[in-house]
Each structure stands twice: as C-alpha cells, then as structure tokens.
Design a protein around this ligand. Structure first.
Ligand SMILES: Cc1ncc(COP(=O)(O)O)c(C=O)c1O
Length: 415
C-alpha cells in the first residue's frame, strides 16, 4: 500500500488561505441541519435501544427496501435481500475486490479512474489495466482491444470496474447507446462488471441515466448516500447477484460485524420523512452554479494549450495542461500560491496523467473557485515562462499530443 497523494494533500489544502479544488467533499451547507437535529434527537429518544445497538451484518431491512426505491429512479428492479449496506461505497469496493481477486489478478478500469478504487486494487495486489475513454465515456472498442490483448496472453480479467455517470475524475458520462455494448463485450469474454455510481442522481439537466444493472442483473452495483445526503454518515451499499451476496455478507461481517445501526436508521428516517428528491435538486443547482463558475474562470484565465471537459453532473473537471508542464511537480508551487488541485498521476495505476489534473468545484463558493483558477493560471504562466527561458524542466515519459485551448474530451491520453 502507498499513501494516497490526495490524502497527503488534504492536510495542506485544508488551510483556510488555500483555495482547495482538490478534494471531492460534498457541500453540506445545503442540508436542512435544523430538521436533521430534531430527527437525531427523536431517534435517540424513541429508538435509542435499537439505534445504539449492534445490528444485522447485511444492514437494516427498512433501509434496504428504501435503497431499492432510490435505485428504481435509474431503472433498477432490485430485491432488498440482494442489498448489502456498507460503510460507504468505499467499503463495498474493498470487499468486492477481496472477494473477486487474488494477488496478481488483472482488473480493468477506465483510465483515469477513482483513486480509492485504485487503492483497493493495490491493497489486494490486483494489476490494473486501464481502458481509454473519450467524451462519451468508456470506448467499447478499446475495451474489446484490451480483452483481446489480455486473452492472447491467457488472461481473463476478474472484472471491469466502471463509473458510468459523471465520472471521477474525468467528469464524463457513458453514452446510453454504449451501455449495452459494454455489457455485451464483458459477457462475451466472461468478465464481471462492477458499476460504481455515487453521482448518478447529480445530473445538471435532471436527466437520470439507466444503470448498467438495470440492463443486466449480473452487474454488481455500488451506491452511496455520501453525495446525495451526508458523506460523514458513511452509508453506502452493494446490490449483488445472489451467488455473491452470501460471501459479501461474510466479508462485511469480518470487517465491521455490522454497519452502524444509528447512521442507517437516520438515513432511513431522512428518506421517509424528508423530500430527498428536492434536496438532491437543491444540491445539483448549487453544483451547477459552481461548475459554471469554474468553466467561466477557466475560459477567462487559463493560458493557451489547456483543454478540459464540460461535465453535465457530478463534481469534477479534468484538465490537460500545456505540453512540458508536470502537474505533480507543479503542485507544491500551486499550494504556495494558495491553490490546490489533485494531480493526474494519482488516477492512473501505470504512471500516466502527468499532464493532467482534477479540479473539484463541489466545495468552494463560486467566488473562491474563480479566485482559485486565477491563482492556478498564474502558476501555470510561471511554469510556461520558465520553460520558454530554459526549455522544458520536466517532461512526462511519453507526452500526449498537443491540443488546442478550450473545452474538450477528458484528455488526449485517455482518448
Ligand atoms: C467514484 C467513487 N466511488 C466511491 C466513492 C466512495 O464514496 P463513499 O463515501 O460512499 O465511500 C467515491 C468518493 O468520492 C467516488 O468518487
């Protein structure tokens, strides 16, 4: 295991003078905290004996039913018996990897991919093969090519790990017409599909995409209340085929005995007694304003040679900087200039991403976002100045082709 770059960064980036565009912290200011505090007090007063006690390893039954209701918005028809509540979807990711993978096994993941997933894969010594994306998400042909190449070496990956909606970190969404194709290719090669979907309900146009799980009951679906309600409660879930469920419950039991009863019951009360759908709408309105502030600041301040995607939901913009700039090497200078981002290499298992960085617009206010981008642009200009004077100080091993300025597909080396 290695310390995640992002975790190390959190310590510095959380200083108040630094505008952090690094972490993916949801904006909890939009939550009805007064109403929730009444709910918390009532939960302790009326159901404290249960809420403060151990519970079932699979999770509170009423919540598992409500989770099925949430997933129905994405076309998923699920049985509450196949839902396992976990301590955030991160725990589900960890347990699923533990169940599926032995050391040395290969898993497929988009390039770039979620850093927490890469951490779990590394912890179980699974080898990650990245599959390219473009503006429409995972490229089916690239998936087929990867499977063909691995097949020629006698390797069948244990699963494809994919984030179809409002990808972290690439910000893109898998086109609807690609969804069944991806499933068909995986079925053809006998590869399981893990669908990680914490952002699916956070689309800015209000559009909800059909989950891969809605098209194939064999898909393992991971969900979370972290982004649609409260990340600190650490309540997520896995919807798994019955054959996997019992092993997942055993693995969950060995990890935590049971997920926290109190937190699950609070989420359950919230879903029951509050208009969670309009709360999600409120969240998306806040995030859309922040995305707009970020995009407009990027257009205004960034130098020539930068490109980025335009996310239609979720938290992230994936930025490619001019050739010769190394985003990891630049980060200390950016933090000194009081702006933080997540450098691209942390999102790849194979060392790519040195010309990319992730900007999160979920947490800072629009004014802070604008100021952060202004500072980032000044740091980039200074890097480019040094390069113009002395030549390129740090180059990536195989620099991706130069691109024009402005909104583009996620990144040249992922296309
Ligand atoms: C793609 C993805 N999967 C999983 C998680 C983990 O979420 P949770 O808070 O449910 O553990 C995150 C958190 O940022 C994420 O971005």
């Amino acid at each position: 295991m290695t310390a995640s770059e992002i975790r190390a960064l959190f310590a510095v980036a959380s200083r108040p003078e630094v505008v952090s565009l690094a972490g993916g912290m949801p904006n909890l200011a939009a939550l009805p905290l007064d109403a929730l505090s009444v709910e918390v007090a009532d939960l302790v007063a009326r159901e404290g004996q249960v809420a403060l006690q151990y519970g079932s390893a699979q999770g509170v039954p009423a919540l598992r039913e409500q989770i099925c209701e949430v997933m129905r918005l994405e076309g998923v028809n699920a049985d509450p018996n196949d839902v396992v509540v976990t301590v955030g979807s991160q725990m589900a990711l960890d347990l699923v990897t533990r169940i599926y993978c032995d050391p040395g096994d290969v898993v497929l993941a988009e390039g770039p991919s979620y850093v927490g997933a890469l951490g779990s894969f590394a912890a179980y010594q699974a080898r990650v093969v990245h599959v390219a994306m473009d503006a429409d998400g995972l490229i089916p042909e690239a998936l087929r090519d990867a499977l063909r190449t691995l097949g020629a070496q006698g390797i069948t990956p244990k699963f494809l790990y994919t984030i179809p909606n409002f990808h972290n970190p690439a910000g893109v969404t898998l086109a609807v017409e690609r969804r069944s194709e991806v499933l068909e290719i995986c079925a053809e090669y006998g590869v399981a599909v893990i669908e990680d979907n914490p952002y699916g309900l956070l689309g800015f146009s209000g559009r909800v995409y059909p989950a891969l799980r809605s098209m194939d009951p064999g898909v393992v679906y991971l969900g979370s209340f972290s982004k649609t309600f409260a990340s600190g409660l650490r309540v997520g879930w896995a919807l798994v085929p019955p054959a996997v469920r019992d092993r997942l419950v055993l693995a969950a039991e060995s990890a935590t005995l049971c997920p926290p009863s109190f937190n699950q019951m609070l989420v359950s009360r919230y879903l029951e007694g509050h208009d969670w759908r309009s709360q999600i709408k409120t969240f998306t309105e806040v995030y859309r304003d922040r995305r707009d502030a970020l995009l407009s600041a990027l257009e205004t301040y960034l130098p020539e040679g930068c490109s980025w995607n335009v996310p239609d939901g979720g938290f992230y913009v994936w930025l490619t900087v001019p050739e010769g700039v190394d985003t990891k090497a630049m980060l200390p200078r950016a933090v000194t200039a009081r702006v933080a981002y997540a450098s691209g290499t942390g999102f790849y298992a194979d060392g790519l991403g040195s010309r990319q960085l992730r900007l999160s617009y979920c947490y800072p206010t629009p004014e802070r976002i604008t100021e952060g981008v202004r500072r980032l642009a000044a740091v980039l200009e200074a890097e480019l100045d040094v390069m113009r004077t002395f030549g390129s100080p740090v180059r990536s091993a195989s620099p991706p082709p130069a691109v024009g300025r402005g909104p583009q597909t996620p990144s040249p080396d992922t296309a």
